[in-house]
Design a protein around this ligand. Structure first.
Ligand SMILES: Cc1cc2nc3c(=O)[nH]c(=O)nc-3n(C[C@H](O)[C@H](O)[C@H](O)COP(=O)(O)OP(=O)(O)OC[C@H]3O[C@@H](n4cnc5c(N)ncnc54)[C@H](O)[C@@H]3O)c2cc1C
Length: 468
């Protein structure tokens, strides 16, 4: 994707004007007489300072959910009580909010920073490359989701792919804000997946046969890699042995064998009663998901946990893992950064995750899974640069509203060619429609490798899959 982007930039008619500068860390924005006219920072290799001038400056530095996670903790949403003591980093080290501060220093407004998209099933990276480096599991839906004591979280059981924010809320509401997922090897082979290109080489390298093999026969290498190297995975052939290992991993006796046995026995007994008597919400959801072929192929059919044909048992200790910022730099509909009086700051724009994917909060509290990259591209392509140019996408009209922030709940007027941007409860499918109808960009596959429901664009050419 990066190569395609660079090739696209190099193919631009005025590519001669383009300079790519790597390893240059921007630390502040330069402004003169109220207009932003450049950026300054240091060369990370040599430490030499630099300053560049520009007619227009676009902040596209990503969100605040990475770095040392200080911003995540500072802006922890009140719905989630206090930040968990153990929090993993699922973003990148440059997503540290430094350019948010630089934007604020020239008068830009930051908003909705507590709207963030974190995940419930983070594990420690087996080969960490940064402090608290985490991997976000796509949590197997046939696994039992237990709290720190080993009790099934409820009364509404946790099942991934329906309401990711609720998973985080329910786990953060527990006395200890981490959880366990209990499964067996058969479930793991069929359903375990990890978000990100690193653990989905067949998709990343477009290897169709490898992809099909993993779907049909189970993701053996991934399960082996995690069982052998991830510190949060333990396996055993009996429940007592498994609970011993869970407690050894945590370093105390918090997990109660009786609680785990009770959860497993009740669940397995419900399955044994047969499909017509499965009065368990998790099983009902599995049944509903299996109606769709795309889910059925990656979802076990009512698999009991303590099944001698499916051993070993696997328990995974899971932490909350940070990912994306849904708030950020406040902008108007042309992505111009807004100051405290509601006026655009001359020469300054913010796009992508830095602007919470638009305006400083276009998504509201919840991201529609898999749409972040699309929103980032869409928005990056759409700012009006310079201000006399026409918007590139018909959907981002609404000049009458242009000085107001999307985050404030703008409902731009629309005509037949325009899209609606309703907030809260953003109708991202309308963004897809605008993308789909655009002949200016090539559609890309934005996928979460773990699967989930999919939305097909009108042309049928592109698919946005759930959960990222
Ligand atoms: C593991 C993982 C999996 C994901 N999976 C999906 C998915 O399946 N679908 C989906 O839609 N989204 C997914 N996302 C989210 C998506 O990747 C991001 O939301 C999106 O890339 C944001 O794009 P952006 O251009 O706004 O910012 P980024 O991609 O974060 O880019 C910001 C850039 O700015 C640079 N930068 C930051 N600070 C400075 C500075 N001070 N000076 C100079 N440069 C700086 C950074 O180095 C970086 O190159 C995933 C994210 C992660 C981490």
């Amino acid at each position: 994707m990066a190569e395609a982007l660079i090739a696209g930039l190099r193919g631009y008619p005025h590519a001669g004007r383009l300079t790519l500068r790597f390893n240059q860390r921007v630390e502040r924005l330069v402004s003169q007489a109220g207009r932003v006219c450049g950026a300054a920072g240091v060369d990370e290799k040599t430490g030499a300072p630099f300053e560049v001038g520009a007619e227009q400056v676009v902040v596209a530095a990503g969100g605040i959910n990475g770095g040392d996670l200080a911003r995540v903790r500072q802006n922890w949403h009140r719905d989630w009580r206090t930040p968990p003591p153990e929090l993993l980093n699922g973003s990148h080290r440059f997503a540290d909010g430094k350019l948010h501060d630089a934007t604020a220093a020239v008068g830009g407004v930051l908003t909705h920073l507590d709207n963030m998209w974190n995940y419930a099933a983070g594990v420690h990276h087996p080969r960490p490359r940064k402090p608290r480096h985490g991997l976000s599991l796509v949590p197997p839906r046939s696994a039992l989701w237990l709290n720190w004591r080993g009790e099934r979280i409820g009364p509404q059981p946790l099942v991934s792919g329906f309401d990711t924010r609720r998973l985080v809320s329910d786990i953060c509401a527990q006395q200890r804000q981490y959880s366990w997922q209990l499964m067996n090897k058969r479930i793991a082979l069929k359903e375990l997946a990890i978000s990100g290109a690193e653990h989905n080489p067949s998709i990343r390298d477009k290897k169709k046969i490898g992809f099909l093999r993993d779907i049909l026969f189970g993701n053996r290498w991934l399960v082996k890699e995690m069982v052998d190297h991830c510190p949060d995975f333990v396996t055993a052939s009996t429940l007592p042995e498994l609970v011993e290992k869970m407690n050894a991993l945590q370093g105390d006796r918090a997990v109660e064998l009786a609680a785990v046995k009770d959860a497993v026995e009740q669940y397995d007994a419900t399955i044994a009663r047969g499909a017509s008597l499965m009065n368990d919400e998790q099983l009902r959801r599995i049944a509903a998901l299996r109606q769709y072929r795309g889910d059925r192929i990656r979802l076990c059919k009512f698999q009991p946990i303590n099944d001698t044909r499916a051993l070993p048992l696997i328990a995974v200790r899971e932490f909350i893992i940070s990912r994306k910022s849904l708030g950020g730099i406040k902008t108007d509909l042309q992505s111009r950064v807004i100051d405290a009086s509601g006026q655009p700051i001359e020469g300054l724009y913010a796009v992508g995750e830095a602007a919470g994917f638009g305006g400083g909060g276009v998504h509201g509290l919840r991201a529609l899974e898999g749409t972040s990259s699309v929103a980032a591209f869409f928005q990056a392509a759409s700012p009006r640069l310079p201000s006399t140019a026409k918007p590139r996408f018909p959907g981002l009209r609404g000049q009458d509203e242009e000085n107001r922030s999307l985050a404030d709940g703008v409902r731009p007027r629309t005509d037949r060619s325009a899209i609606y941007l309703r907030i809260p409860g953003v109708h991202t499918t309308e963004l897809y429609d605008a993308l789909n109808n655009s002949n200016r960009i090539t559609q890309v596959l934005v996928t979460h490798e773990g699967g989930g429901r999919s939305w097909r664009m009108r042309s049928g050419a592109s698919r946005i899959r759930s959960a990222c």
